[in-house]
Design a protein around this ligand. Structure first.
Ligand code: SAH
Ligand code: SF4
Length: 365
């Protein structure tokens, strides 16, 4: 008995190899790919114009993994939809869809915040996923399935039924951010493979520039990523300008201290010519003084960088307090002195634990 494989785990090239090994013509690859990723089929039988023997072979060797939604929650302002999914081994992950209204520069858009691991081994002290510990890597197909789930709701105009009028014009899923559960660069191969599937113009067709990987700062993988020749956005979770402060909340800083991390970031920028987004979670009394901002300015001066300042979101086990608005403005002003652009990121869905660092499978719905 052959164990069926999840077809979402396959790259287009691997699918083509499978088909040619069974003597099917190459052009079947693109046809099947379109059915999978454009038509979002649930069963191989739903494909038209595909010979019956091929459908039967696909059924013999593959299945299409659809995630089971155990629960979901919608934020009060209806901007955010969070799902709890059950994986085939009964482990669970959370995924978030966010609706953004238009602003001065951009049209309204939907962003999916995907998980890359079940839990996380890196234990940042302010993060609910880190507090939960690590269970396992997500497979490529499990990353893709999260997106396919929301695409299906989108295709059914599900979000229109609860979004208020202006948001109804939101046209489709435009961005994917690897900011859900886990550290994407610690699941390097599956993350990159998933990005290539997302990217394929014949399928989901999401431009690399619409995809962001957020990393806690795994130095060898940042260097590896710089050589991939994909135009994705990289966000680096810095959270402090010096090793003493950073090591208190980000344990991996002991392995990859700030000098090594910044050096890797500079190499990344040099190699890719792309800006890095530095994420800085503001923790009251810990890393948010003007002197920290000054040190951050010195550290990042002259780099092709943008800083995202994120007031900390509450989690069950951490006691950090949010920085006051006036302190955030001061922090931002200080950075400006060094010519470093920054944005204050006001997160969505905090009251339903759908914000950055709040995802955990123990969340109550
Ligand atoms: N492991 C990756 C990506 C997942 S976390 C990383 O650490 O970058 C995504 C973002 O959420 C990171 O910038 C992380 O620092 C931030 N984050 C974690 N806990 C948070 C919290 N309680 N409040 C606000 N942001 C948080
Ligand atoms: Fe892991 Fe990122 Fe959370 Fe740190 S912030 S524990 S790296 S998911």
């Amino acid at each position: 008995m052959i164990k069926a494989l999840n077809i979402y785990d396959f790259s287009k090239f691997e699918l083509e190899e499978f088909l040619t090994s069974k003597n099917y013509p190459k052009y079947r690859t693109s046809q099947i790919w379109r059915y999978l990723y454009r038509n979002n089929i649930d069963n191989f039988e739903d494909m038209k114009n595909i010979p019956i023997d091929l459908i039967s072979d696909l059924n013999k060797y593959f299945f299409i993994e659809k995630l089971k939604e155990m629960n979901y929650v919608i934020s009060k302002d209806k901007s955010t939809y969070k799902s709890l999914f059950k994986l085939t081994d009964n482990l669970r992950i959370e995924t978030v869809l966010m609706n953004y209204p238009s602003d001065d520069h951009r049209k309204p858009r939907k962003t999916i915040c995907v998980s890359s691991q079940v839990g996380c081994a890196l234990g940042c002290t302010f993060c609910a996923t880190g507090q939960q510990g690590f269970f396992r890597q997500l497979k490529t197909g499990e990353i893709i399935s999260q997106i396919m789930y929301f695409k299906k709701l989108e295709d059914k105009k599900y979000f229109d039924s609860y979004l208020s009028k202006p948001e109804k014009s939101y046209d489709g899923i435009k961005n994917i951010v690897f900011m859900g559960m886990g550290e994407p660069l610690a699941n390097y191969n599956n993350t990159i493979k998933a990005i290539k599937i997302l990217n394929d113009p014949n399928g989901i067709n999401l431009g690399a520039r619409s995809i962001t990987i957020s990393t806690v700062g795994l130095v060898p993988e940042i260097i590896k990523l710089s050589k991939e020749n994909i135009q994705i956005n990289l966000a680096v979770s810095l959270h402090a300008p010096d090793n003493f402060t950073r090591a208190q909340t980000v344990p991996i800083n002991k392995r990859y201290p700030i000098e090594m991390l910044i050096d890797a970031c500079k190499k990344y920028i040099q190699q890719t010519n792309r800006k890095i987004f530095f994420e800085y979670v503001l923790l009251s009394g810990q890393n948010d003084s003007t002197s920290h901002a000054n040190d951050l300015g010195i550290l990042l001066k002259g780099m092709l960088a943008h800083v995202n300042l994120i007031p900390v979101n509450p989690t069950k086990l951490s006691e950090y307090k949010r920085t006051s608005d006036s302190m955030i403005i001061k922090f931002q002003k200080e950075l400006k002195k060094f010519g470093i652009p920054s944005t204050i990121r006001m997160e969505k869905g905090i009251e339903v634990s759908a914000g950055c660092g709040q995802l955990a499978t123990s969340n109550e719905y």
